[in-house]
Design a protein around this ligand. Structure first.
Ligand SMILES: [Zn+2]
Length: 400
């Protein structure tokens, strides 16, 4: 009743003071219009008010204790030294996939210590060696410790090894020490029962057991798919171009998640990857070539529209260049990637390259699903790249 009386009173007052009422109405319209325009200009703020995940495309905050219980987890490892390198562990039930084992021989121990938290039977069902650079294969070799070798291919029973289809003529003519050691490690694994295929053999399924699709679980919900790129068939002058590319696809209840790994594939290879495969939009992309300006091209990113990007690198490292713009992750990479997501994470941070000082950026980066929901746990913190101190001092954000 009181409400009705108030309405009546307001109606009478409005009749008595038409000019005031009109002024209030105009002000209200202006305020509402301003709010609408503000939210149109800043949809991120609008979303942050009404949705749990501000950009609508990141992952929920996770917890380390939950990872092993998840249906699937993808781990980007820190490698225990100042050198940039790749090592990605994928775990689905009792099935493990290890993509690359960088960055130096000594990383083998760091990798094993981490992997053993999740692989309890000493068996890696699948190992992928993307290309013949030491920052991707050195940990497969490891060091000599008396009679034992610490390398991943010596320490675990590897069921299937999928490796690059080719090497450059330069490497053929003058094999590096690490490549020669890698070949010995592969021979050791073969002697231990490992089936060894190239990505090309998997793609064309020309060898018994070589497949372009492997299911990681019995229900067939999670598949590891070897993608095609032109340098499985062609010769090139850069080992990076030979990178084995894989797409992990997971059906989780109503959701399908896609995760893309392209090693150090560069521009031409990425172009053929887009042309030759029916790539989906992905929930997670391992930033191409450690966040180099030479990879993660517009053509690829526009196709996969990554929702999250994990970069395996030491931020600001002068290992390959002293040009600040181009140190990993490069400004050009950030400019391209940031059109699609603000959820970019990096493993490590260089403090002083010459002195060998480094620290964790996000640390070990783990994406996993639990109850069909995508979650993120980082061993150091989950600060997105653009909000880190390093970024503010060294890079510009022009993105979403
Ligand atoms: Zn690399």
């Amino acid at each position: 009743m009181a409400g009705k009386r108030n309405t009546q009173r307001a109606y009478k007052a409005a009749k008595k003071h038409p000019k005031v009422t009109a002024a209030i109405a105009v002000i209200l319209v202006i305020i509402i219009a301003a709010v609408i325009i503000f939210f149109i200009l800043r949809p991120d703020i609008f979303k942050s008010l009404f949705f749990k995940d501000p950009a609508g495309n990141g992952a929920e905050a996770g917890a380390v204790a939950e990872i092993a219980e998840g249906e699937l987890s993808i781990h980007f490892l820190e490698l225990g030294n100042k050198y940039t390198g790749d090592c990605t562990l994928i775990k689905c039930g009792d099935t493990e996939v290890l993509i690359d084992a960088g960055s130096r021989k000594g990383s083998a121990e760091t990798i094993k210590k981490y992997v053993d938290n999740y692989c309890t039977d000493g068996v890696l069902e699948y190992v992928i060696a993307t290309h013949a650079h030491q920052d991707h294969i050195a940990g497969f070799v490891g060091n000599k410790d008396g009679d034992t070798r610490t390398g991943i291919l010596y320490q675990y029973k590897v069921e299937t090894l999928i490796q690059f289809s080719g090497i450059t003529d330069k490497l053929k003519e003058k094999p590096t020490e690490i490549y020669t050691d890698y070949l010995s490690a592969v021979d050791y694994a073969k002697g231990n029962g490992t089936a060894v295929y190239t990505a090309k053999e998997c793609w064309y399924e020309t060898k018994d057991g070589a497949q372009k699709q492997y299911f990681l679980d019995e229900a067939g919900n999670v598949s590891l798919n070897i993608l095609y790129q032109r340098y499985y068939d062609e010769i090139t002058t850069d080992e990076n171009d030979f990178s084995v590319c894989t797409l992990l696809t997971q059906k989780a209840g109503e959701n399908t998640y896609n995760y893309l790994f392209t090693g150090d594939l560069e521009k031409e290879g990425e172009s053929s990857l887009v042309d030759k495969n029916d790539l989906p939009e992905v929930d997670l992309f391992k930033g191409g070539h450690h966040g180099s300006y030479t990879a993660s091209t517009d053509k690829l990113l526009n196709k996969i529209k990554p929702k999250n990007i994990a970069v395996c690198c030491c931020c600001g490292t002068t290992e390959y260049t002293s040009n600040v713009e181009n140190t990993f992750p490069a400004q050009a990479f950030i400019d391209r990637a940031s059109k699609y997501t603000q959820y970019i994470y990096c493993t490590t941070l260089i403090k002083d390259y010459k002195a060998g000082e480094f620290t964790s950026m996000n640390g070990n980066i783990v994406f996993y699903t639990k109850g069909g929901r995508l979650k993120l746990y980082c061993s150091n913190n989950s600060t997105v790249l653009k909000d880190t101190e390093w970024f503010k001092a060294n890079r510009k954000w022009n993105g979403v």
